[in-house]
Design a protein around this ligand. Structure first.
Ligand SMILES: Nc1ncnc2c1ncn2[C@@H]1O[C@H](COP(=O)(O)OP(=O)(O)OP(=O)(O)O)[C@@H](O)[C@H]1O
Ligand SMILES: [Mg+2]
Length: 223
């Protein structure tokens, strides 16, 4: 496969956490990576390796101590807070291990929330996405009334609503049984086929990682 268009580039990303007065935990020690448009990339590494930390930094949910994330050639950490919030809303879709749907809202409303933040209301698109992820018939239900697998599909539709440049998923199948995990994995590959959607996926699922275009492994704070 040719590499195509460079979408996201991480340069020398470092991140430490102060644990006690004397102790800092150096988690990321100079991460370098490039993500190309339309790729599905797996990030692996043992528990505590810094996978979630890196994903959060790539999606501007967290800042590194040093280093740069360039998205379409622009250094996102040069943005002010308002620009950063706009960037997250427009270009990043997040999928977490737990769906994080808001319990008071219906599935359809949950999918539309990133839309509302952006100041638009694409109800037809939301319904279309719910159809694609296979839960259109549950759109008026609350999150508590649907299964874990269905909730994760709703979270995927929510991540897609604003047509983000990249979807970052942190163990999206970590909370699902094999059958639901497989259907979420198939869905992710379908979405790439349909929309040329780019995904970066943290996973402990070896079979899933092996299906991806590339595997990036974090060991001792580097790749
Ligand atoms: N806010 C924080 N303050 C202090 N330490 C933190 C903080 N967030 C993460 N850490 C530590 O940083 C290290 C990396 O955490 P991270 O969550 O990125 O790991 P991970 O690779 O995602 O692990 P897992 O596979 O268990 O999810 C861990 O040792 C964690 O305890
Ligand atoms: Mg993690």
């Amino acid at each position: 496969m040719t590499k195509g268009t460079l979408l996201l580039k991480a340069t020398d990303i470092k991140k430490s956490y102060r644990i006690t007065k004397e102790n800092t935990l150096r988690v990321l020690k100079g991460i370098e990576l490039e993500i190309y448009k339309g790729e599905i990339v797996a990030i692996i590494g043992k528990s505590g390796a810094g996978k979630s930390t890196l994903l959060h930094i790539m999606g501007a949910l967290d800042k590194p101590d040093s280093g740069e994330i360039e998205f379409e050639g622009r250094n996102i950490f040069a943005y002010n807070n308002k620009q950063l919030a706009e960037f997250r809303n427009k270009e990043i879709g997040f999928i977490f291990q737990f769906h994080h749907l808001l319990p008071e809202f219906t599935i359809l409303e949950n999918v539309l929330i990133p839309n509302y933040i952006k100041g638009v209301d694409e109800k037809n698109r939301a319904e279309q996405l719910l159809k694609i992820v296979g839960i259109e018939d549950r759109k008026n239900h609350k999150p508590s009334e649907i299964s874990g697998g269905e909730a994760q599909r709703a979270a995927i539709a929510r991540a897609l609503i604003n047509s983000p440049g990249i979807i970052l998923a942190d163990e999206p199948t970590g909370n699902l049984d094999t059958e639901n995990a497989d259907s979420v994995i198939n869905l992710i590959f379908d979405l790439r086929k349909k929309f040329n959607q780019t995904f970066v996926i943290v996973t402990h699922n070896e079979e899933f990682a092996n299906k991806c275009d590339r595997i990036i492994k974090i060991t001792d704070g580097i790749i």
